[in-house]
Design a protein around this ligand. Structure first.
Ligand code: 5GP
Length: 115
């Protein structure tokens, strides 16, 4: 059984979060340490630990996560000016919370290559 993470506790309503979008499959809430004027985290309600777990996941479930993130971005009005979607995986990817999450970053010009 995987460990209980901070995002399990957000989803359970045990710790507060600024929820900006929710549907049957995902919850989207503001990052506590924003790296852009808009920084939202999107998590699936059906827990996955990391991006690598998606290799063993039903594509429909994977799709629900991505559709939810796109709908969250649209609900926030981010589509016109643009935004960045980031998934960090593992140590070198600097994943710090072992509950898969998509970062939606917006409200400023992004740079490339990423750090
Ligand atoms: P990672 O580094 O794993 O890709 O991203 C984890 C993100 O979770 C970080 O951007 C961090 O600021 C955010 N975070 C960590 N703890 C909390 C928390 O308790 N609440 C919220 N809303 N975000 C958190």
């Amino acid at each position: 059984m995987s460990e209980v993470t901070i995002f399990d506790r957000v989803l359970a309503g045990e710790i507060p979060a600024q929820v900006v979008y929710e549907d049957e499959h995902v919850l989207a809430f503001q990052d506590i340490m924003p790296q852009a004027p808009i920084h939202v985290l999107v998590i699936p309600k059906q827990k996955k630990r990391c991006y690598d777990d998606l290799a063993d996941t039903n594509p429909e479930e994977v799709g629900q996560l991505f559709v939810g993130a796109a709908r969250a971005a649209r609900a926030l009005g981010l589509a016109e000016n643009g935004y960045r979607v980031v998934i960090n995986h593992g140590r070198d990817g600097q994943q710090t919370v072992d509950y898969i999450h998509l970062h939606l970053l917006a409200g400023r010009q992004m740079i490339w290559p990423p750090g």
